[in-house]
Design a protein around this ligand. Structure first.
Ligand SMILES: Cc1cc2nc3c(=O)[nH]c(=O)nc-3n(C[C@H](O)[C@H](O)[C@H](O)COP(=O)(O)O)c2cc1C
Length: 136
């Protein structure tokens, strides 16, 4: 598996998909943390104080899911896709499955919401994964 950053351009992602296919990797983990500061609700001053580094959690959800969906559309089930980035509740995991993930990974959601969240995600019925009726 190759884990990618969410800060890549779609042109760069196309190149990565090609390399992953050519080298017969099993799949892609999308995504790691971001160096961007989009969708963050704190002031520029506070952001400056915190400094650079990888941002995880809620602000990452939309971007990493868009990338996952893009890779799924481009690869047509030829790769295993692991969705990660901003899964804070069961509904976020369902979004990742809908976007093409076979598996999900969570880090920040595990810290803030605990192992119970993993239990809830494990109960998502795969037959329902593309339906939106498990939201809570
Ligand atoms: C403190 C911290 C350490 C991390 N270390 C690694 C690491 O060693 N290798 C890796 O592939 N990803 C690492 N990540 C990225 C996470 O696995 C995950 O891809 C990212 O945080 C986005 O998911 P999340 O929003 O659920 O946290 C780390 C993330 C955090 C917050």
């Amino acid at each position: 598996m190759l884990k990618i950053a969410p800060d890549l351009s779609y042109e760069q992602i196309d190149i990565i998909i090609k390399i992953v296919m050519e080298n017969k990797l099993q799949g892609i983990v999308a995504t790691n943390t971001t160096i961007a500061r989009e969708n963050v609700s704190i002031s520029d001053e506070e952001l400056k104080k915190i400094g650079p580094g990888g941002l995880s959690g809620v602000p990452l959800m939309a971007k990493s899911t868009d990338i996952l969906r893009y890779i799924e559309d481009k690869t047509n089930d030829q790769l295993v896709l692991i969705g990660v980035g901003g899964i804070m509740k069961k509904r976020d995991a369902i979004e990742k499955f809908k976007a093409g993930a076979e598996l999900v990974q969570l880090y920040t959601g595990f810290i803030y919401n605990g192992p119970h969240l993993v239990r809830k995600i494990n109960k998502i019925k795969m037959s329902n994964k593309i339906q939106n009726n498990q939201a809570e």
